[in-house]
Design a binder for this molecule. Structure first.
Ligand code: NAG
Ligand code: NAG
Ligand code: NAG
Ligand code: NAG
Ligand code: NAG
Ligand code: NAG
Ligand code: NAG
Ligand code: NAG
Ligand code: NAG
Ligand code: NAG
Ligand code: NAG
Ligand code: NAG
Length: 714
């Protein structure tokens, strides 16, 4: 009897656990955690140069249907990484047809004059800024007269003045790296004006970084409607994936140094100067952290990690080929952080193809994507068409826009007309997803055009829309307003947070545009780039009427990265979205603990575990009401007002700040803590800053969790 009743109790308890577990999962879109199978899903690629193995990343042989070619092993071979790019380079048109001898004389004279300018104690040029501008002015004459000679001259000047190490001088300024594009910049910049100030600030803080003083005012086709109404809720929810910053490292070498001192880590050691063989010099130094099969904190994503994450998406988000997400967003950066001298068009195209192919295989699509600053070559560069009135310089990156837009069309994500628009529009486009029944317009941007590290963004600095990107955005948002659509804006480089990434005028202009079309049109804004899980709010009247729950009009979601670089876990997100308002009602963030990857390799019984990190509503909703005792209403969307309320809760509750700080790095064991008042104040300020000028007014030094905070504890 006793035994039998005990058994009954045990069975009842077990049943209760099952029921409880089921109850706990009803609010979740899929499994709470998923252990990726150890075996590499080889069928994802049809052919391999090198097969995947327990100690080896694969080298797929990728056939590009757009370019009609199969990329050779050499493009991504980890053992033979090229150090020179032999792609065609573009120079500005020379102002005069000089003979070689005259061109050499011009260059020699320019070099001598620049060396004189840089000399200590130059009379008349006392500040570093005036010296830098004077040197640029001389460089400009040389660039206009003898453009093809300039890269070599820059390399030798760089070495002679010890501006950088000799190898860095070569790697930065040779023609195939940034030399030819620097020649274009010098030739076209207004060197004695604002452009020159930005260039000298970027070259090494020779001039102070120009701040926003005057406003560049956006012009709109129509005034903001007084009684604008947004569409009604449908109460039908769909799933939307948000992936970002995979940074596929197809040159990752398992077992190489993961904890190297200068990037890229997890790469085959480069031969050291003076050693005779490949890696001969490096062999003497024992490896501290052998690069794990699935990735490491100081490295970009190897194939094993990319495919582990993709395999986990279905089970964790409750999606499958039969029951797919409505669509996915990819907020940029497919390619790894290779130094420029290791990059080439082939390399960029190979990775673009590979990533889109893997996404097509695992999530189907459509995938709506913004290009990242690394999805181009040379790195970071995108060129306004107006640089030479849409001539050959303005078109120098059309090979890339043609390639990605054709692939998006090939995979069935963009129709012919939209793909054609992307091809001529810096890979940016506006699309009404067919499943949205005309209710949603997604507008993607090429945010390199306002990125501070895009050399071409320094040209015509006083006109932040020299590229026409913002005019395009206004046109498309106006179409949405006229049609009663909601709009989602998808970019890579974020407009706000601590203000460290975009050009000030560009991000201020984007803010004005978002403000004009919010809240009735702009439902959400999405970015990537920082690799971190962040969100921030836009306010009416540029926040001048106070940044409050009443003035909040829109918000941006910054997608967590798939790459662990640097010191982060790997993650991605799922939104649940109402198909009437296109507001987000729930967001689930998933991650894998990269710290565990080192222990996975030897046994290889199973791959990494991807799991639910948090639900945004569950984590913050109870505290995001209009007062300490209130919660955010269960039927209200996670919109700008919600995110403002979260910042108010952070003011009241330092524990919540700690929680958000932990999520910023995807629960990485390496994230710094945010326990000081100074850190909490800074975070709140970043979350209320949608533009660089606003973000720069916040206390600095608490923006990123990738390294210890440098902000002062005041
Ligand atoms: C693709 O390239 C092959 C040779 O590599 C050529 O025979 C074939 O005609 C090309 N196909 C197209 C559609 O251009
Ligand atoms: C000017 O530049 C030199 C060399 O880079 C540097 O040592 C010096 O501190 C700079 N001066 C100022 C005022 O920034
Ligand atoms: C760097 O290059 C300069 C000029 O070519 C040369 O004089 C110098 O010796 C080199 N320095 C090193 C450390 O190799
Ligand atoms: C811009 O502001 C920063 C921080 O306040 C300051 O360091 C910098 O010197 C300012 N630049 C100019 C050109 O005034
Ligand atoms: C990585 O290298 C740094 C020094 O560059 C060292 O402080 C750290 O302990 C190393 N980490 C591991 C896990 O070996
Ligand atoms: C620029 O030139 C390209 C190629 O010639 C053309 O397709 C495009 O429409 C032009 N764009 C503008 C803005 O004139
Ligand atoms: C799209 O373009 C392709 C090739 O250029 C063509 O075969 C196809 O019919 C076009 N589709 C539509 C819907 O126009
Ligand atoms: C911003 O734009 C205005 C108007 O064109 C210009 O006067 C100002 O110098 C620009 N400021 C910066 C920091 O780019
Ligand atoms: C957010 O949603 C709430 C509830 O529907 C609404 O009151 C508020 O105005 C919305 N905020 C924005 C910025 O759309
Ligand atoms: C403060 O935030 C933490 C973490 O979100 C939460 O557990 C706690 O209940 C909050 N405290 C109050 C008083 O709301
Ligand atoms: C942050 O705080 C936690 C809990 O107090 C602690 O375990 C962790 O080591 C701290 N991390 C850092 C980087 O200080
Ligand atoms: C918005 O506010 C920032 C920060 O105060 C300021 O620099 C910027 O000029 C303002 N923009 C407009 C359009 O008023």
């Amino acid at each position: 009897m006793v035994t039998s009743s005990l058994r009954t109790t045990t069975v009842l308890m077990m049943m209760a656990q099952v029921v409880l577990a089921a109850a706990a999962t009803t609010s979740m879109p899929g499994l709470a955690s998923f252990t990726v199978p150890a075996a590499f899903p080889t069928s994802v690629f049809s052919s391999y140069y090198v097969k995947p193995g327990p100690t080896q990343e694969p080298q797929p042989a990728l056939y590009d249907p757009i370019l009609n070619k199969t990329f050779g092993l050499g493009v991504t071979d980890p053992l033979n990484i090229p150090t020179h790019d032999t792609d065609p380079v573009h120079y500005p048109k020379a102002f005069a047809e000089l003979s070689d001898a005259s061109a050499e004389a011009v260059i020699a004279a320019a070099k001598a004059e620049i060396l004189d300018i840089l000399k200590a104690g130059h009379p008349g040029l006392t500040s570093n800024c005036s010296k830098c501008v004077a040197a640029l002015s001389v460089g400009q004459i040389a660039a206009k007269l003898a453009p093809t000679y300039l890269p070599d001259a820059m390399v030798s000047l760089c070495k002679e003045t010890a501006f950088a190490s000799n190898s860095t001088c070569q790697a930065q300024y040779e023609a195939g790296s940034f030399g030819a594009t620097w020649t274009q910049i010098l030739s076209h910049a207004e060197v004695t004006g604002l452009d020159g100030q930005f260039i000298c600030a970027a070259l090494g803080s020779y001039c102070p970084l120009p701040n926003k003083t005057d406003t560049f005012t956006a012009v709109f086709p129509k005034p903001k409607p007084a009684q604008a109404k947004k569409p009604q809720r449908s109460n039908k929810m769909v799933k939307v994936l948000h992936l970002s910053d995979l940074h596929l490292d197809a040159r990752y070498e398992v077992g190489s140094e993961g904890n190297c001192t200068s990037s890229m880590c997890c790469r085959h050691p480069a031969p050291r100067p003076g050693s005779d063989g490949d890696g001969g010099g490096a062999a003497a130094v024992p490896i501290q952290v052998p690069a794990p099969l699935y990735g490491y904190y100081k490295c970009d994503s190897p194939y094993y990690l990319a495919l582990a994450a993709l395999q986990s998406i279905g089970p964790l988000t409750g999606t499958s080929p039969e029951n797919p997400a409505a669509f996915a967003l990819y907020t940029g950066d497919l390619v790894a952080h290779d130094p420029q001298n290791q990059r080439s068009r082939d390399y960029v195209e190979d990775i673009e193809l590979s990533v889109w192919h893997m996404l097509k295989s695992y999530i189907g699509g459509p995938v709506y994507s913004a290009l990242g600053n690394h999805d181009t070559n040379p790195d970071n560069l995108d060129v306004p068409h107006g640089i030479d009135d849409n001539g050959s310089l303005g078109q120098q990156l059309s090979w890339n826009y043609d390639h990605v837009s054709s692939l998006w069309n090939y995979y069935g994500w963009l129709d012919n007309a939209t793909a054609a628009e992307a091809a001529t529009h810096y890979a940016a486009y506006s699309v009404v997803p067919p499943m949205s029944d005309g209710g949603l317009r997604i507008i993607t941007l090429n945010t390199d055009l306002y990125y501070k590290n895009n050399h071409f963004a320094w040209l015509h600095a006083a006109d932040p829309d020299f590229s026409g990107m913002f005019t395009f955005l206004i046109q498309e948002l106006q179409k949405a307003e006229d049609a009663g659509q909601r709009a989602w804006i998808v970019g890579h480089v974020l407009s706000g947070w601590d203000g460290s990434n975009p050009m000030p005028n560009g991000s201020d202009l984007l803010y004005q545009i978002i403000e004009r079309y919010s809240p009735h049109v702009v439902a959400n804004v999405f970015f990537g780039h920082t690799h971190e899980d962040q969100a921030f709010v836009y306010y009416a009247h540029n926040g001048t009427g106070g940044r409050t729950a009443e003035t909040a009009i829109a918000s941006a979601w910054v997608g967590p990265s798939l790459t662990p670089l640097t010191n982060l876990n790997s993650g991605y997100r799922l939104y649940e979205v109402d198909t009437g308002t296109w507001d987000i009602h729930e967001a689930y963030t998933f991650y894998a603990d990269v710290d565990s990857f080192q222990d996975l390799d030897p046994a290889a019984q199973a791959g990494p575990v991807f799991q639910l990190e948090y639900s945004t509503r569950e984590a913050y909703g109870a505290q995001a009401g209009s007062g300490p005792e209130e919660g955010w209403p269960a039927d209200a969307p996670l919109n700008g007002t919600f995110w403002h309320r979260v910042t108010e809760a952070m003011e009241r509750n330092r524990t919540l700040v700690e929680v958000i700080n932990g999520f910023q790095g995807k629960s990485s064991v390496r994230s710094p803590n945010c326990t000081s008042d100074a850190c909490a104040e800074a975070k709140i300020c970043y979350m209320r800053s949608g533009s660089a000028p606003m973000g720069r007014l916040c206390p600095q030094g608490f923006g990123s969790v990738q390294s210890p905070y440098t902000g002062k504890n005041f």
